[in-house]
Design a binder for this molecule. Structure first.
Ligand SMILES: Nc1ncnc2c1ncn2[C@@H]1O[C@H](COP(=O)(O)OP(=O)(O)OP(=O)(O)O)[C@@H](O)[C@H]1O
Ligand SMILES: [Mg+2]
Length: 373
C-alpha cells in the first residue's frame, strides 16, 4: 500500500499557490481546511464565498496540480464549494435535457453542471428510503442496459455510502488524461465512484452544497464519452432520501429522468412517493418505479412468496401516474454478486432475476427514446 504523504510537505506545496484575495499562500490563508491525507492521496475543500467562485476555479486546478506534485501523492482532489449559493434554476417541467444547451448562455458558477460532454442521457436511480436496494438496482440496471447494446456509465454519487467500488470490484484510483479523469472500466461499464476519490468518513460530514459540488465535478471532470464514442446513458446512484442534499444534487445535475426504487412495505412506498414528488417539482421525468425485494421465489417452483406484502410500489405507481417498471425478487445471488464485485446481470445474464433487470432496462431505454433525449 502507498504511504501517506507528509502533511508539512503538502501544506508547503499549497502555500506555493497564491490566494488571489489575500495574496498569501493557500494554507497560510486558512483555505486548506479539512485537508484529508491517506495512502497515496490528498484532498481538501476549498470553501469560498459565492461571488468568488469564478475567481477560485483556476486556483482549485492549481491546488490540485500542487498536490499531485508532492511526493507520495498519486490522487489529488480539491473540491471547490461556494457557500450561500443561489442554486441553478430548475428546468421547467417537461423540458428535455437537450434544452441544457440553451442554458449554456446563462451566467452560472464555474462548476455548475449541465449534461457532461458526450453523454446523451443522464438517469438517476433514487429512493426515498435507504437500504431498499437502490445501488443494487443501479448497478444491475446499468449492466442490463449495456447488455442491450448501449454504451453505459455508472456514477456512484452516494457521498455518504458509496457502494460501486464493492459492487463492481473497483480498486484502482482513476487516472488523469488531459486534465480529466478517465473512468474505470468494469463489466462493460464506465464507472466512477466518489468512494474512489474521497475518504467516506470525510464525506460524512459534508454539508449539502459540498456534496453537491463534489458530484458536479464528477460529472464534468470525468471523460465519460468522446466525440467518436459518446456515452448513451449515464446512470447516477444518488444518496437515499429527499432532503436538501438530494434536491440540490438533482437541480444541479439536470437529469433526463429518474428511476425510483422502493420495497413493498408501506413506509418505503411513502418515501418513494416523496421522491417522485421531488422529481416532479424540479421537472425531471420519472421514468418509473421498481419494486425491489418484491417477493421470495419458492425454492422448488419459483412461484412468488410475498413476505413483505406485495404490489405496494405497483399500486403507488398507478396512484402517481408513473410507469411500473418491474418487480425484482429477493435473490441471494444478487447480494452475493454485489458483495463479490460481480453484478448478477453481468455474471449470470440468463438467470430469472437478470431477466427481470433486462426487461426493466428495455422499458427505460424505450422511455428515453420516446422522450428523444
Ligand atoms: N433483491 C435483492 N435480493 C437480495 N438482496 C438484496 C436485494 N436488493 C438488495 N439486496 C441487498 O440489500 C442490501 C442493501 O442493498 P443496497 O446497498 O443496494 O441498498 P441501497 O438502497 O443502495 O442502500 P443505501 O441506502 O445504504 O445506499 C445489500 O446487502 C444488497 O446486496
Ligand atoms: Mg446505496
Amino acid at each position: 500500500m502507498a504511504d501517506t504523504p507528509d502533511r508539512d510537505a503538502v501544506l508547503a506545496a499549497l502555500d506555493r499557490v497564491t490566494d488571489p484575495k489575500s495574496g498569501q499562500g493557500l494554507a497560510q490563508a486558512g483555505l486548506a481546511r479539512g485537508l484529508a491525507l491517506g495512502p497515496g492521496r490528498a484532498g481538501f475543500m476549498l470553501e469560498v464565498a459565492r461571488e468568488d467562485a469564478a475567481l477560485y476555479a483556476p486556483v482549485r486546478e492549481q491546488a490540485e496540480a500542487a498536490l499531485r506534485a508532492v511526493p507520495g501523492v498519486e490522487r489529488a482532489q480539491v473540491v471547490l464549494t461556494a457557500e450561500g449559493a443561489a442554486s441553478t434554476p430548475a428546468r421547467p417541467k417537461g423540458a428535455r435535457l437537450s434544452d441544457a444547451a440553451a442554458d449554456q448562455g446563462r451566467p452560472k458558477a464555474p462548476v455548475a453542471a449541465g449534461r457532461p460532454d458526450h453523454v446523451k442521457a443522464v438517469v438517476a436511480v433514487a429512493s426515498g428510503k435507504g437500504g431498499v436496494g437502490k445501488s443494487t438496482v443501479a448497478v444491475n440496471l446499468a449492466c442490463a442496459l449495456s447488455k442491450l447494446g448501449l454504451s453505459v456509465g455508472l456514477l456512484d454519487a452516494d457521498v455518504y455510502g458509496p457502494s460501486a467500488p464493492t459492487m463492481l470490484g473497483l480498486k484502482d484510483p482513476p487516472q488523469y488524461a488531459d486534465k480529466k479523469m478517465v473512468p474505470l472500466e468494469a463489466w462493460g461499464l464506465k464507472a466512477m465512484s466518489i468512494g474512489l476519490l474521497v475518504d467516506p468518513e470525510q464525506a460524512m460530514i459534508w454539508r449539502g452544497p459540498m456534496a453537491s459540488q463534489a458530484i458536479t465535478q464528477m460529472l464534468n471532470e470525468v471523460r465519460w464519452g468522446s466525440e467518436n464514442a459518446p456515452l448513451d446513458v449515464l446512470i447516477v446512484d444518488l444518496p437515499p432520501g429527499t432532503g436538501d442534499v438530494q434536491l440540490t444534487l438533482v437541480q444541479k445535475t439536470k437529469l433526463d429522468g429518474a428511476v425510483v426504487v422502493s420495497t413493498p412495505q408501506e413506509v418505503a412506498v411513502a418515501d418513494a412517493r416523496r421522491a417522485v414528488t421531488m422529481f416532479e417539482k424540479i421537472g425531471t421525468p420519472v421514468l418509473g418505479l421498481v419494486e425491489n425485494m418484491a417477493y421470495f421465489p419458492d425454492p422448488l417452483t419459483g412461484a412468488p412468496i410475498p413476505i413483505f406484502g406485495r404490489g405496494g410500489a405497483k399500486a403507488e405507481a398507478e396512484r402517481v401516474k408513473a410507469r411500473f417498471l418491474g418487480e425484482v425478487p429477493i435473490d441471494m445471488a444478487l447480494r452475493e454478486g454485489a458483495d463479490a464485485g460481480r453484478p448478477l446481470v453481468a455474471a449470470a445474464p440468463d438467470c430469472a432475476t437478470a431477466q427481470v433487470f433486462l426487461e426493466i432496462a428495455g422499458l427505460v431505454r424505450d422511455r428515453l427514446v420516446t422522450m428523444k433525449v
